[in-house]
Design a binder for this molecule. Structure first.
Ligand SMILES: Nc1ncnc2c1ncn2[C@@H]1O[C@H](COP(=O)(O)OP(=O)(O)OP(=O)(O)O)[C@@H](O)[C@H]1O
Length: 371
């Protein structure tokens, strides 16, 4: 899951660059081919014309037969055919070499986040997640998180709210260890995140994104990615539990229906349910939900929210939410403002406080009523 998330979110810009480069190389190759191929064709035509022209003369003067002339044209055609093939091959070679050069460049990038030399394995999350005076900047000293401290106890549902750009995603990015903080520390059960093995972290934390990611392959393969050795019955059980089995069975090929990265044939809600089934098989103990229902219509939102509620039960979850109605029952709401924690508490206590959270809620109610 994390790999997919990193690939999609962190490297999105890099892959966009690659696609752009590949496209430019392809355009260059098309341009070269645009000159090369017609040049070969024209040479071949001129050759044929010369033979017809000269041959016609020979027919009259030297008594060369028509058959000999046609045979010559045939030979000429056989001479040019491999040259045309070579020109096509050269074109393909040009595209492939330009693309592979860039792809190898990306593959050789060394990740900035490195695993500890003696990583600690954690199989069970027992107590708490702690952010201790965390400062984080994506670049230079432009801190997007400033002295952030909070504690999440096992089993809690914690919501991160705040205006856009206030640092909610930065918090979950740090917890997933896509980045390391410049100052302060993040602890899981008292162990610094930097010391925990990548494998443990991947098993421990599951991420539900706003835009679910499907791989090219069958629905079954997409779900099995969460637990490759799971049995087919287990997949069906999970899908039934989440309410995905009915629509999957309605496809002609059922679980063997092929989907691609864009999840063709599937609505965003259905894609989200498939990615949730994958997550449930993975069975992470800590869930990060990055506005998982934000891009859904009301019907799909209800369907996915039901599935999410089932998954979140008995798990520790951190939810980034814009629609505050979904987090009213959260055990703890952390209100972010310009990289700092502005308020923290339950829905009721924050409403009573009449601060930023109260303002956010009332403005959303006004917005809904106006809509
Ligand atoms: N990859 C990045 N490089 C540099 N700056 C970034 C990067 N990602 C986010 N930022 C900046 O960091 C700040 C915090 O962004 P973050 O995404 O954490 O906010 P957010 O509260 O999750 O916002 P939103 O609700 O819009 O998703 C913003 O000012 C944003 O512009």
């Amino acid at each position: 899951m994390i790999q997919a998330y990193v690939r999609q979110k962190v490297n999105r810009a890099i892959f966009k660059d690659v696609i752009d480069d590949v496209f430019l190389s392809w355009m260059k190759a098309v341009r070269i081919n645009g000159i090369f191929s017609p040049a070969v064709e024209i040479c071949s035509m001129i050759g044929t014309l010369i033979i017809y022209f000269y041959g016609a003369k020979l027919l009259k003067i030297n008594g060369v037969t028509v058959g000999t002339l046609i045979a010559y044209v045939g030979y000429l055609d056989r001479f040019w055919r491999p040259i045309v093939t070579l020109s096509n091959f050269y074109n393909q070679l040009l595209v492939a070499s330009a693309s592979s050069e860039r792809i190898f460049e990306v593959l050789s990038i060394q990740p900035e986040i490195k695993e500890d030399k003696n990583p600690v394995e954690i199989s069970t999350f027992r107590n708490s997640i702690e952010f201790k005076n965390v400062w984080f900047a994506y670049k230079d000293e432009e801190y997007v998180l400033k002295d952030v401290s909070f504690e999440i106890k096992k089993g809690m549902m914690v919501a991160l709210v705040g205006a856009t750009g206030s640092g909610k995603t930065a918090i979950v990015n740090l917890l997933s260890r896509f980045y390391d903080p410049q100052k302060g520390s993040i602890l899981i059960d008292g162990i610094d995140l930097k010391k925990i093995s990548f494998k443990s972290l991947r098993k421990l934390i599951g991420i539900v994104q706003q835009e679910p990611f499907l791989f090219s392959g069958s629905i079954l393969e997409n779900i099995l990615y969460g637990k490759p050795d799971a049995k087919f019955e287990e997949v069906i059980e999970v899908c039934k539990f989440l309410g995905a089995h009915d629509f999957v069975s309605q496809f002609e090929d059922g679980y063997y229906t092929q989907v691609n990265e864009r999840g063709n044939r599937l609505s965003t809600g259905q894609k989200q349910l498939i990615s949730l089934a994958r997550l449930l098989l993975q069975n992470p103990q800590i869930l990060i939900l990055d506005e998982a229902t934000a891009s859904l219509d009301t019907h799909s939102e209800l369907m996915v929210q039901n599935a999410l509620n089932k998954i979140m039960k008995d798990r520790t979850s951190i939810v980034i939410a814009h629609r505050l109605s979904t987090i009213k029952d959260a055990d703890l709401i952390i209100v972010m403002d310009k990289g700092r924690i502005a308020e923290m508490g339950t829905h009721d206590s924050l409403i009573r406080k009449k601060g930023i959270y109260y303002e956010l809620c009332t403005s959303q109610i006004r917005f809904v009523k106006a809509g």
